[in-house]
Design a protein around this ligand. Structure first.
Ligand SMILES: Cc1ncc(COP(=O)(O)O)c(C=O)c1O
Length: 393
């Protein structure tokens, strides 16, 4: 573990005037330009100062021409996987990508053919559905089960789906957005064995893998021997370092066959790299200093999770999923009637904008997702307004 880093996450920093989607889209998405936004998964907490400084240094140079990918960046990425996630990654396995969603689409294009089935374990991050449909593949929705308040895989339903539909690809979100579940080694191994048996490849979106609360630990699919020949694993600096706007992500592909197909898809669309500021940011983020920032951030987020979940549990007929990972809290408000009416109440009475559950598939209907990566004071204020509104007759 790196040295301790002290950052004041309590300071409220206005994002107005920075083009932040979370703020700028309020009127169009929620019909109210001044509603407090707790929806899209980016943080209202500062990126690390050393990252900001690195960008400032780079911007001070007056030329922004084409760049190469330095070995030092690839080594920083392998270091992060090894140091933070005990996963041995070779530099040849890495491809940069402008965003994880770009990689999701390229995975569909390179790991399946038009008309093929793609398995989606819902509720889950919306672009898994959108990319599948936009690329003319068939969505095979196999909903997760809720057991003891947490999502689990439904292996029986999965096997039936594989048997009947012979899909090419399965999307895994690990850790899980929106439920915050950290999949165990045993679950992942069983999934990989089943996928091998039916020749199904796995795209494992591990963008949330750094935000995991003790005693839980992320177990990358890269550490599952049975998955090595069938997987693509995606990561990014977007979530951990609040840097989604830099469009800097990566995939790790151990299999030469899958890698070749993925690279071909990247070349077809000429989208196999990251802009120069993204590269600079990635290289400093995946470092000892980045690990120290992550620790400080995790401590802050954990405190927010604990307080927010404990307050939300005061809502009479709600079920709140305590996240094992992510800065997202999944709230089951199905007992409160049709979701558009609940959404309206939250916007106009509580003055908060949450993500509506249908973004995560039909299994998300009636659920709402709260982003707790905000300074504690305004977050807990908003949470108490949610509680009060939901408990009002
Ligand atoms: C699971 C998951 N994957 C991907 C993304 C987006 O990644 P990117 O901005 O790199 O496309 C998000 C953002 O919320 C996410 O939650």
């Amino acid at each position: 573990m790196g040295a301790k880093m002290s950052i004041n996450f309590d300071t409220e920093v206005s994002r107005l005037g920075t083009g932040a989607e979370k703020y700028e889209s309020r009127k169009s998405l929620f019909g109210k330009a001044d509603v407090e936004p707790f929806w899209v998964a980016d943080m209202d907490l500062p990126s690390p100062p050393f990252l900001q400084q690195k960008l400032a240094e780079r911007v001070a140079h007056p030329m922004f021409g084409y760049t190469t990918t330095p070995d030092s960046l690839l080594e920083a990425i392998t270091w992060w996987w090894r140091h933070e996630h005990q996963a041995a990654v070779e530099t040849d396995w890495i491809r940069l990508s402008p965003s994880v969603v770009t990689s999701i689409s390229l995975a569909v294009q390179s790991m399946s053919a038009p008309g093929d089935g793609v398995v989606i374990l819902s509720p889950v991050y919306g672009p898994f559905f959108f990319s599948t449909e936009l690329n003319q593949r068939r969505i095979l929705d196999v909903p997760l089960k809720i057991q003891e308040g947490q999502y689990t895989f439904d292996f029986d339903a999965l096997q039936m789906c594989f048997e009947k539909n012979r899909p090419s690809l399965l999307f895994l979100c690990s850790p899980h957005n929106p439920g915050g579940r950290v999949w165990s080694e045993a679950e992942l191994r069983r999934l990989a064995v089943l996928c091998n048996e039916y020749h199904v490849r796995i795209f494992s979106d591990e963008i949330h893998c750094d935000i995991v609360y003790a005693p839980y630990r992320h177990f990358s699919l890269l550490r599952i021997e049975e998955a090595k020949d069938i997987c693509i694993v995606a990561h990014s600096i977007g979530k951990t370092f609040n840097a989604s706007g830099l469009c800097a992500s990566l995939v790790v592909i151990p299999s030469p066959t899958i890698r070749k197909a993925f690279v071909h898809a990247q070349e077809q669309s000429h989208c196999g790299t990251v802009n120069l500021l993204g590269k600079a940011a990635m290289e400093v983020a995946f470092s000892n200093e980045g690990a120290a920032y992550k620790q400080a951030l995790l401590a802050y987020l954990k405190n927010n999770v604990d307080h927010a979940v404990s307050a939300l549990n005061q809502i009479r007929d709600a079920r709140i999923m305590t996240p094992q990972a992510t800065f997202l809290v999944w709230c089951d408000f199905r007992a409160y009637g049709k979701w558009p009416a609940v959404m309206k109440k939250l916007i106009h009475q509580a003055n908060v904008a949450l993500s509506g559950g249908t973004f995560f598939g039909t299994a998300g209907e009636g659920f709402f997702r709260l982003n707790i990566a905000h300074p504690s004071a305004p977050l807990l204020n908003a949470v108490s307004r949610i509680v009060e509104t939901m408990n009002r007759e």
